[in-house]
Design a protein around this ligand. Structure first.
Ligand code: MLT
Length: 405
């Protein structure tokens, strides 16, 4: 008799952003007129179109696919050399020595951060920041590493939670129990705060001392505006021996609907004499047929001089929205964080409302969709996330509505 993977039955409700989409759709059905006014600042999905350099590369790659001389079938499963080299060159410009053979091109950082756990032992102890992107916890629940859900504490009893709260400046403290795998995201989703060089060094030193592996999600690195904040973990000495890094083209170049990302697994990264690079290559080769040629040419264009200029303009635009939302909320009396090195604004709910109550209030009274902080972890309770990925007009309108309230 077939049996399901019972770990899936342990998962809590549906994926956070699916739950929100469902609630918004219910509101639309019950309030069709009011719903026309909805401003979506929930999921971190971009709204600006692809840039000219990217479009040119896409069109030309499509033409190549329509010509028998230049048509391509399966892509190399780890990525085309032209893109891996462009990525390695970009790392070099930042002073990080990454070889193209250490770069694995994929369909995005969500898949990679969700799948990477497969190459680690089933009994690994996993540490996550709290609050954080829900994929890290959920993918480890599916793999059977989470233990049971402790309803009273609102936590998985085998996962190490590292609270990131206003009390510790949203910077996780080293855990007492040493984890095997440590997920870090900087700038962090959802708090919008970023680890500075000294803070990140503390984590690299800790991982090296305890033979732990850091899984570093750098999907929002393009939003870093302040000095002293590393855009890559490999800016820290020793990181190539203890860290995997995930990057995305979604939030910088607007590829949420195109799908492209990459992961760096350095050759120096070993656990008990076993290199992780060939393990991830084996997993990639077995379960993935490579990101499409057309997307990879578009990715290459992001690193061209025009592409870099255009991407910076996109990021600057969203950071402009972030500033409007941040300043507007402050002026309206909210306690606000993030938004400076990140497209996410993290606010404390007024009068200690629960995150979901605040979600309902914003949707029903202000017709604004945001993301409840508690959906990212128990320490996110009484917080709320707004994204800067909307239009300028909507950022301004949202602030006006909130100010009136
Ligand atoms: C978010 O809103 O947290 C992100 O859009 C999720 C993602 O990138 O998958």
């Amino acid at each position: 008799m077939a049996k399901v993977n019972e770990n899936y039955l342990k998962l809590r409700g549906s994926y956070l952003f699916s739950t929100i989409a469902k609630k918004v759709s219910e509101y639309q059905n019950s309030h069709p007129e009011e719903a026309k006014e909805i401003i979506r600042l929930g999921i971190g999905d971009v709204t600006k179109p692809l840039t000219p350099a990217v479009l040119k590369a896409l069109h030309s790659a499509v033409d190549e696919m329509g010509n028998s001389e230049t048509f391509r079938g399966y892509a190399p499963d780890l990525g085309y050399d032209f893109l891996r080299k462009a990525i390695a060159d970009e790392y070099k410009e930042r002073g990080c020595d990454i070889d193209p053979g250490e770069i694995f091109v994929s369909d995005g950082a969500k898949s990679d951060t969700g799948n990477i756990q497969e190459i680690f032992s089933e009994d690994s102890i996993v540490a996550i920041c709290d609050p954080v992107y829900p994929v890290y916890a959920d993918s480890n629940v599916m793999a059977g590493r989470s233990g049971s859900f402790d309803e009273k504490n609102d936590r998985w009893d085998r996962i190490v939670y590292m609270p990131c709260t206003r009390e510790n400046g949203f910077s996780p403290e080293l855990p007492e129990k040493v984890p095997d795998i440590i997920y870090l995201c900087s700038p962090n989703n959802p708090t919008g705060t970023a680890l500075n060089k000294a803070e990140l060094k503390k984590w690299v030193d800790f991982a090296l001392e305890h033979n732990s592996v850091i899984l570093f999600d750098a999907a929002y690195e393009a939003y870093i505006t302040e000095d002293g904040i590393p855009r890559s973990i490999y800016e820290i000495e020793g990181a190539k021996k203890c860290a995997v890094e995930f990057r995305s083209f979604s939030k910088n170049a607007g590829f949420t609907g195109v799908r492209l990302g990459f992961t760096v697994v350095p050759q120096d990264l070993e656990i008990s004499g076993v290199k992780l690079n060939p393990l991830w290559a084996r997993r990639h080769g077995t379960k993935y047929n490579g990101a499409p040629y057309i997307q990879q040419r578009a990715g290459e264009a992001v690193f061209s001089p025009e592409g870099k200029k255009e991407t910076k303009a996109l990021v600057d635009f969203y950071l402009g929205n972030a500033r409007i939302i941040y300043d507007g909320l402050k002026a309206a009396g909210y306690e606000v964080y993030g938004g400076v090195n990140s497209p996410y604004i993290w606010l404390r709910t007024p009068n200690d409302m629960t995150s979901w109550d605040f979600f309902e209030k914003l949707l029903n009274e202000y017709r604004i969709v945001g993301t409840p902080g508690s959906g990212f972890g128990p320490s996110g309770e009484h917080y709320f996330r707004l994204t800067a990925f909307g239009t300028r007009e909507n950022a301004e309108k949202a602030v006006e509505r909130l100010k009136k309230g």
